[in-house]
Design a protein around this ligand. Structure first.
Ligand SMILES: *[C@@H]1O[C@H](CO)[C@@H](O)[C@H](O)[C@H]1NC(C)=O
Ligand SMILES: *[C@@H]1O[C@H](CO)[C@@H](O)[C@H](O)[C@H]1NC(C)=O
Length: 346
């Protein structure tokens, strides 16, 4: 299932520019990831945000801890300090035929497949979140966890890029469309855009405060940093249960969250003796998932704000690591209360 993209192969593909872009992108993701991991948190960042008093908003700190758990659920390879009781080692031969160690990395969604692009996106978002909000993550003791998840991905990406001209990528085309600007069909991953927008809003709000920008003019309206933050909070709260379904779309958060998440490892009992093809018995089972995929952020509600909690509903019920990375970024931006916003505005 891996495709080896070498210099020779590329000539035969009319989309060689695409591959070049992928290479450059892949290399920068790896570089960013490694830098993020290596970076000691010298406080040369935006002063006011990193100096923000550690006024922790417990619900977002709790949700952040839960959301980060999903990366452990998705790990491939020989697990280290595994805390997920129902997860074991997997993918131990990945890359062996090519003489590479591609055992690590994260499965991107509910199946057992590792996709290069989603992983690169996940790594990018995690790096970004750590660079911007590493101090906040640290204040709620989640920085190490986030860095560990990021390193698990970059270890894979570095090995998948053994020489300048070669990158191993997943070539199943069904998901590649995901990278055409990050806009998947809206029905799928409906939470992706709100969560991504909310993260950008909180980030922008913090930048405005730091740069003493009082208002932002946009489509005939003026927005203050507090307005942007309020928007971000409304989106985060929606995800965490303030919605018509009164359901948290983050599995493990609150008391009411999806019980039939579309996720293979979570659906099949650990003691089941099951082959590759007969997982469908468990797909159709009407009992809730035996293994709770704590931290999974499901695809989300329909436009009419309903959610059908059924295991065969992959459109709404399939979690992905790239959505998790977005929600991790958003929550890390919200773990510290907006005391700076207050003091700046008053
Ligand atoms: C909500 O929308 C979905 C998808 O369009 C549809 O299947 C479902 O019946 C709708 N539910 C209600 C209550 O309108
Ligand atoms: C999906 O599962 C639900 C029960 O959870 C069932 O009612 C429905 O018929 C199933 N749909 C399909 C297409 O199998």
């Amino acid at each position: 299932m891996e495709g080896k993209v070498s210099a020779e192969d590329r000539k035969s593909k009319k989309g060689w520019i695409w591959w070049l872009l992928v290479l450059v992108f892949g290399a920068s993701v790896v570089a960013a990831g490694v830098l993020t991991i290596l970076k000691q948190f010298h406080h040369n960042k935006r002063d006011s945000v990193s100096d923000r008093p550690a006024d922790i908003v417990k619900k977002y700190a709790d949700a952040l801890e839960i959301a980060l758990n999903f990366f452990d659920v998705q790990k491939s390879g020989m697990l280290v300090n595994n805390k997920i009781a129902w997860r074991g080692d997997s993918g131990l031969h990945d890359g062996r035929e090519e003489g590479l160690d591609l055992t690590k990395g994260l499965y991107d969604a509910g199946d057992l497949i590792k996709f290069g692009y989603p992983m690169a996106f996940t790594a990018t978002m995690l790096s970004w979140a750590i660079l911007e909000y590493g101090d906040q993550m640290n204040a709620v003791k989640q920085l190490g966890h986030a860095q560990d998840s990021l390193k698990w991905i970059t270890d894979f990406l570095i090995n998948a890029h053994p020489s300048t001209n070669v990158l191993y990528v997943q070539v199943l085309l069904s998901r590649v469309g995901f990278f055409g600007g990050l806009i998947w069909v809206e029905k799928w991953n409906s939470l992706q855009h709100p969560v991504a927008s909310a993260f950008l809003a909180v980030l922008f709000s913090d930048y405005m405060i730091t740069t003493r920008t009082e208002t932002l003019y946009c489509s005939g309206k003026l927005y203050k940093p507090a307005d942007l933050r309020e928007f971000a909070i409304s989106q985060a709260d929606y995800v965490l249960g303030n919605n018509p379904m009164k359901m948290s779309y983050l599995v493990g958060y609150g008391s009411d969250y999806p019980q039939f998440v579309h996720h293979r490892g979570s659906s099949i009992p650990i003691d089941a003796n099951t082959g590759c093809a007969d997982g469908f018995i468990w797909l159709d089972s009407v009992t809730p998932n035996p293994n709770v995929a704590i931290g999974a952020l499901v695809g989300g509600p329909f436009l009419n704000e309903t959610y059908i909690d059924s295991r065969n509903n992959s459109m709404q019920g399939e979690p992905t690591t790239y959505n998790s990375a977005l929600v991790v970024a958003l929550l890390s931006g919200l773990t510290a209360s907006s005391s700076v916003v207050q003091s700046f505005l008053h």
